[in-house]
Design a protein around this ligand. Structure first.
Ligand code: UDP
Length: 225
């Protein structure tokens, strides 16, 4: 956690200094985590969030928040050309097997014939964006003069239980779903308001969860023998 906070703050600070020196454009890969466990749903960019400053996720949430602050202070103080993307849950081929995030966990567990581990009751929601869509959005943002912050992600919302059932049905319907403890400060719901990126960059996700999962499962089949 200390390295996470340090990377977000000192890493962003160092990179902004470099961008200023060589007069480069700066893109910050920020996160929906800046909204914390949101009380507003879906989350628009002007929602300030609901973040615990001292919990186990805070190193990342607060780290990304200070990174956004640094970007805007470099823009105001040094006229640096910055853009901030707030990336919502993203998945796709080339994820690491041990990544620990939910889609790779469920796919790898199912391919290995293991039970799927649901944290809490699985009623929490997420909206999953396929990586190719996300990358296109980032390129569009980088080529624009919009500082943001701009939400990028999918607005198709699913409960974690629905996700587990979908992945299980695609790989091995006879597997069990087992309930584990919900980690502290796990957001209960998350879905981006995509109005800004649709209007300003004419971007919206094109690959739905069903098709994106098929491509991702195909990839993990090569890794899990
Ligand atoms: N999750 C789960 N089982 C897992 C991994 C994650 O139920 O094996 C849940 C997790 O508690 C969270 C959601 O899936 O509610 C998304 O978790 P992930 O770590 O992928 O992303 P984030 O919490 O950062 O949105």
């Amino acid at each position: 956690p200390i390295k996470t906070a340090k990377t977000s703050f000192i890493g962003t600070y160092n990179m902004l200094g470099l961008a200023k020196r060589v007069n480069a454009k700066f893109l910050l890969a920020s996160t929906s985590e800046v909204y914390g466990d949101p009380k507003v749903h879906p989350q628009p960019e002007d929602y300030w969030g609901s973040v615990n400053p001292i919990g186990i996720r805070s190193c990342y949430d607060e780290g990304k928040r200070i990174a956004e602050t640094l970007c805007f202070d470099y823009q105001r103080s040094h006229n640096l050309d910055i853009s901030i993307a707030r990336i919502f849950n993203t998945y796709g081929p080339n994820m690491a097997k041990e990544d620990g995030r939910v889609i790779s966990n469920f796919i790898v567990q199912a391919l290995e014939g293991k039970d799927l581990t649901i944290y809490g009751k699985g009623s929490q929601t997420r909206s999953f964006c396929y990586v190719d869509d996300l990358v296109l959005g980032l390129i569009k943002l980088m080529n624009s003069n919009i500082h943001g912050p701009v939400n990028i992600g999918s607005n198709q919302e699913f409960t974690i239980l629905e996700l587990a059932e979908l992945i299980r049905s695609k790989i091995n319907p006879s597997l069990k779903l087992i309930l584990k403890d919900l980690p502290e400060d796990d957001p209960k719901q998350r879905k981006p308001d995509l109005t800004l990126i649709k209007n300003k960059l004419n971007w919206e996700p094109t690959i739905n969860l069903n098709n994106g999962l098929d491509k991702t499962i195909q990839y993990f089949k090569m890794l899990v023998k």
